[in-house]
Design a protein around this ligand. Structure first.
Ligand code: BTN
Length: 245
């Protein structure tokens, strides 16, 4: 099992950026960079990630000996670890938590956590390192986001980042070990049990178009399988998923 080394900052540009800097300076796997606040927090697709004190901002440095395609599946494992950490600190919320493809965690259908994977690949297509950035809205939720957001505090749960982090790291370590020993299959199975929108109509927003269909399954590469109105099945590897209205 990984033993974590926590590098805690009061304020930083981005914990992902700091973990990347340390990775490029040869830091070993197991580093966890945290900050109480970020001045340049970043989200997926080049979006900013608002980072007020009270929420969790953490970035994990991993060096799995796998291809880039395999490492991309770490997002599912991360969503599970976050979901299970919330299960542990607030068991009454368990039935209301869900994993949203590809790697958000929802509470009552609103975004509670976002995950940003950034990696450096070697010339032989193996992974040099992956930085797994995790933001959890413990105390505060942004307004006006493309997907509505929520926080644990809005649901009556008060927990500081220093209380949530050890629970998350323990869950993460367990899932990471299992993924390394058994591969993606158990992660996929556990993720599907908690997946938002399986079997329901969804809209997938891509930069240049929208795809409509039924969220049929998750394949063994981590792609969302979309059954389209023309009878075709499309594997979607990137995009934002919304319930069809
Ligand atoms: C998303 O867009 O949903 C992903 C958000 C990821 C935010 C986290 S907060 C900790 C880490 N540092 C960053 O700058 N981003 C990630």
């Amino acid at each position: 099992m990984l033993s974590w080394r926590v590098d805690a900052h009061a304020a930083i540009d981005s914990t992902n950026e700091e973990a990347r800097r340390q990775a490029e300076a040869s830091a070993a796997e197991g580093l966890c960079v945290t900050a109480l606040t970020q001045t340049a927090g970043r989200g997926r697709r080049g979006r900013a990630w608002e980072s007020p004190e009270g929420n969790l901002f953490a970035s994990l440095l991993l060096r799995p000996k796998v291809s880039a395609a395999e490492a991309a599946k770490l997002g599912f494992l991360t969503s599970l670890a976050v979901t299970e950490a919330v299960d542990e600190v607030a068991p009454r919320l368990t039935p209301r938590l869900a994993c949203k493809w590809p790697n958000d965690v929802l509470l009552d259908g609103a975004k509670l956590s976002g995950i940003l994977l950034e990696s450096r690949t070697r010339a032989d297509a193996g992974i040099d390192f992956v930085v797994v950035g995790i933001g959890v809205n413990l105390a505060w939720a942004p307004a006006g986001t493309p997907y509505p957001a929520t926080s644990l505090k809005l649901h009556g749960v008060t927990i500081p980042p220093r209380g949530f982090l050890p629970v998350l790291l323990a869950r993460y370590g367990a899932w990471y070990a299992r993924w390394q020993e058994e591969g993606f299959a158990p992660v996929r199975e556990a993720w599907l049990k908690r997946a938002q929108g399986i079997g329901r109509p969804v809209v997938v927003r891509l930069p240049d178009k929208e795809l409509h269909g039924i969220f049929a399954a998750l394949d063994e590469t981590g792609a969302l399988l979309l059954d389209q109105p023309d009878g075709g099945r499309q594997a979607v590897t990137a995009g934002d998923v919304f319930p069809a209205t």
